[in-house]
Design a protein around this ligand. Structure first.
Ligand code: ADP
Ligand code: GLC
Length: 467
């Protein structure tokens, strides 16, 4: 596998959760798996053992000399070390914005994959994630498909989010060492530049995305981000495989980050989690007999923050609290500051990234809010189910596939009005203790373990290798 993120080593969102867990599930099915991610500064403390290198990788006009590291204890995770590219604080950007050489950084990751794989073991499947792995299928088809080390191998491109396409100027084709003739509308060209995600979608033998519903949506102009035509054309090779949950990390019965463990048999610890959460967010005098609405999110246009702003004046007429953990675009951070400031004593806000706190918000909230504009899969709503925190979601992508009327509340139209109606339904249900407890328990017993998803990847890989 080739990815830019893998939990716990490097994470900005759900991609990391997926790549951090799927390899282990595939191993349980008997697969041999190696995952290559960059050796960012954040991974130094894990990636301590050098396994190979320096070896030469010719990326465009320049030779580079990366090495590969792994963890102290054997694991499927390997880290591409090239300090000029990866020894930085951020994964994609720093405070001054996106790094200007992300084409080279992830072009290098994709190309070095072949040099590492040749050394490590002969792969049957090269599984690439998002635009950062999108050049792997192109390099493969152009240069490596006839190489004895890769003979018969197949490539799979997984779309985690069509909203991020790896867009670069036309000149990047040469920078990443590819021939200029790939600048064609049916190949890498995209609105006057190139798209590395498109490279993956054009050249991969199979395409997957992270829920069945999103697989359908990606083929429509509304969700396709300009790639819907290509995805319609490749429909026969496109499958939606729902993500799983790593219950070794997300389980209230064993979670070390929450103040009191609880389970479907004994829910009493959840009240402790709620009290502590309100304390932690400075709402310590809050009466406990009111529901807490939790949000953990990247703060981007995708996640529906504008709808929350729209409903806030009406929502806070009810006796509710809201607790928000998020980081992202300044515009949306400002939006949540405004919601906090206009509803004193009702809203707890933490702007930043804090994994342990994300667990405590899941555990301490009664309701989890995810009104996404689009959502390829979404993991937090599935974590919420396990934590007995009833989700209110927009019925799109994976949110629609994972939540139903027995476990949560859905709305369809992307409007504040539709969200408000769903929230009001939810608040009514909360007042009916029996109904609410039943919903919590039903959600907690739903099973989204990785094995179900891994079996689908397994079957896809087998079909590719033995059609
Ligand atoms: P996406 O990948 O689009 O951000 P997902 O729901 O698939 O959405 O996954 C988000 C992951 O990132 C979850 O594990 C969630 O807990 C985590 N996360 C998002 N924002 C934060 C934050 N501010 N602090 C800690 N964890 C966060
Ligand atoms: C993306 C999507 C999210 C999905 C995650 C993991 O970041 O936005 O919906 O759950 O990838 O596949």
């Amino acid at each position: 596998m080739v990815s830019s993120e893998a939990a716990p080593y490097a994470k900005t969102g759900g991609l990391a959760d997926v790549v951090g867990a799927l390899p282990y599930a595939l191993q349980q099915l008997g697969h041999e798996v190696a995952v290559l991610i960059p050796r960012y500064r954040s991974t130094f403390r894990y990636a301590t053992r050098r396994v190979t290198g320096p070896f030469q990788v010719q990326l465009g006009p320049y030779p580079w000399y990366p090495s590969v590291f792994t963890t102290e204890q054997p694991s499927p995770f390997y880290f591409l070390d090239l300090p000029d590219f990866y020894d930085r604080d951020g994964i994609y950007n720093d405070r001054s914005g996106e790094f200007g050489d992300n084409d080279l950084r992830f072009g290098m990751l994709s190309l070095a994959t072949f040099h590492f794989a040749r050394y490590h073991f002969r792969p049957d499947i090269l599984h690439c994630h998002d635009w950062q792995g999108g050049l792997v299928p192109a390099y493969f088809k152009l240069w490596f498909a006839g190489d004895p080390a890769f003979l018969g191998a197949k490539t799979v491109e997984t779309i985690h989010n069509l909203g991020y396409q790896g867009l670069f100027p036309r000149s990047s084709i040469i920078r990443v060492g590819l021939p200029e003739w790939l600048y064609r509308q049916d190949l890498l060209e995209f609105h006057g530049g190139i798209s590395l995600l498109k490279s993956g979608l054009v050249y991969a033998d199979a395409i997957t995305t992270v829920s069945p519903h999103y697989a359908e949506e990606t083929q429509t102009p509304e969700f396709g981000y300009g790639l819907d035509g290509l995805l319609r054309a490749r429909k026969a090779q496109l499958t939606g495989i729902l993500n799983g949950v790593d219950y070794s990390q997300w389980n209230p019965a064993t979670d070390p980050h929450i103040p009191s463990n609880y389970s479907v048999e004994d829910l009493s610890g959840k009240a402790v989690c709620k009290r502590e959460l309100l304390n932690e967010f400075g709402l310590s005098h809050a009466p406990q007999d009111r529901p807490v609405i939790g949000i953990v999110s990247r703060l981007t246009g995708q996640k529906g923050a504008d709808l929350i702003l729209e409903v806030a004046p009406y929502l806070f007429r009810e006796d509710v609290y809201m607790v928000v953990l998020g980081s992202g675009e300044p515009y949306f951070e400002g939006m949540f500051r405004h919601i906090r400031d206009t509803n004193p004593g009702r809203v707890g806000l933490r702007l930043g990234y804090d994994d342990a706190l994300a667990h405590r918000v899941e555990a301490g909230s009664d309701i989890f809010l995810m009104p996404s504009r689009y959502e390829p899969c979404g993991l937090n709503q599935i974590y919420s189910l396990k934590y007995g925190t009833v989700p209110v979601v927009r019925a799109t992508g994976g949110l629609d596939d994972t939540i139903d009327g027995e476990t949560g509340f859905k709305f369809w139209e992307y409007s504040g009005y539709a969200l408000l109606l769903a929230l009001e339904d939810c608040l009514r249900a909360w007042k009916d203790t029996d109904r609410w407890t039943k919903m919590m328990r039903t959600g907690m017993t739903r099973d989204f373990s990785w094995m179900t998803s891994a079996l689908q990847y397994d079957s896809l890989f087998r079909t590719l290798l033995h059609p």
